[in-house]
Design a protein around this ligand. Structure first.
Ligand SMILES: Nc1ncnc2c1ncn2[C@@H]1O[C@H](COP(=O)(O)OP(=O)(O)O)[C@@H](O)[C@H]1O
Ligand SMILES: [Mg+2]
Length: 321
């Protein structure tokens, strides 16, 4: 069998650099080496692309080179059959690198430019879905320099509009904590959201090609699913698949996810996150490149509908246009 030339891209300028490297390590270990001839491009913390012989440990990469993209990289990309960019946050999950692939005529796994740029922005995604009758978390949007909106009920969650991994997210319990939380979120974005806190459960659903998985639950080890609880709590946060919720609520969430997949024409990969309070469902966000570490929700949800490791990746790769 002729192997496909596949290039894994990881790292990046975003705050989620190290998480991306962990994801690449997992994907590399799952990929069927009989089918794919795999090469690596790392992007360092300054945004410099470099061909690498292997995937390094999940530490910040800094390369000596100064050119963001040199001829070697462009030639490599144009000669590869498929690119799999496991990047999170800005420049990776927001349509920018997808635009580069489009310009170069490179085939790539996952969401396209529009899907990526819409879903990275929690504000725009929620506005769009709300118009299409998906129930979304109640929130106020604030741009840098604008007055702080009136908040009449606490707790709230303050967060950058476009990031991930809970970076810059603060649970605010009273008015006197609000301005420092806003300042923190503005470190990462010029637009932030102040969400009404949904005191309930965190339920997630996934899209794998044309299929909608079942649902899983996150039970964070901290007060909420912050950066530490996500990645560095030694496995204390629980990822429960399938979630122990009523069939009715599960079906409703799967229906919403299916509608979202159709509305945005996402037929590749995404994880769609909700909060559930009693039986009430609130859409939170879409992750167009979901976390792909060892015990990530995405692979567990796909596993639950019968797909394991290399199979999931084969399906995603088969969807490349
Ligand atoms: N409105 C909310 N109600 C309850 N918990 C929230 C809310 N917003 C955020 N959280 C908590 O903060 C975490 C991170 O927020 P989220 O909006 O998912 O941002 P990120 O893109 O960084 O994952 C969530 O997983 C959840 O634990
Ligand atoms: Mg989240």
């Amino acid at each position: 069998m002729i192997k496909k030339k596949l290039t894994l891209i990881f790292g990046g300028k975003s705050e989620e650099h190290e998480i991306s490297i962990l994801g690449a390590r997992k994907i590399f270990s799952d990929l069927d080496k009989n089918k794919y001839d795999i090469s690596f491009i790392g992007i360092d913390k300054n945004g410099v692309f470099k061909l690498l012989k292997e995937i390094p440990d999940a530490k910040a990469m800094f390369f000596e080179e100064k050119m963001i993209l040199d001829n070697e990289i462009i030639t490599h990309l144009m000669n590869t059959d498929i690119v799999f960019a496991i990047l999170h946050g800005n420049n990776g999950e927001d349509g920018n690198i997808q635009g580069l692939f489009e310009l170069l005529g490179v085939k790539y796994v996952g969401c396209d430019v529009l899907q990526s740029s819409l879903t990275i922005d929690k504000h725009m995604t929620r506005e769009f879905l709300r118009l299409n009758n998906i129930p979304v978390v109640e929130f106020k949007m604030m741009r840098k320099g604008e007055p702080i909106p009136d908040i009449n009920e606490y707790p709230v969650f303050v967060k950058p509009a476009s990031l991930g991994s809970s970076i810059g997210v603060t649970k605010v319990k009273s008015e006197d904590e609000l301005s420092s939380a806003i300042e923190e979120a503005f470190k990462y974005d010029d637009k932030i959201l102040i969400d009404k806190a949904i005191i309930g459960r965190e339920i997630e659903c996934a899209i794998l090609a044309g299929e909608i998985t079942g649902v899983g639950e996150i039970r964070p080890s901290n007060e909420f699913y912050d950066y530490e609880a996500k990645y560095f709590d030694g496995g204390m946060s629980e990822v429960i698949v399938p979630a122990d919720i009523s069939e009715e609520t599960e079906n409703k969430i799967r229906e919403y996810t299916s509608k979202i997949s159709d509305l945005l024409n996402i037929k590749t990969i995404s994880r769609v996150d909700y909060f559930v309070r009693d039986e009430e469902i609130f859409f939170n966000e879409i992750n167009s490149i979901p976390g792909y570490t060892e015990y990530s929700m995405y692979s567990m949800l796909c596993g639950n509908i019968g797909y394991k490791g290399s199979e999931i990746l084969d399906i995603l790769i088969s969807k490349v246009k």
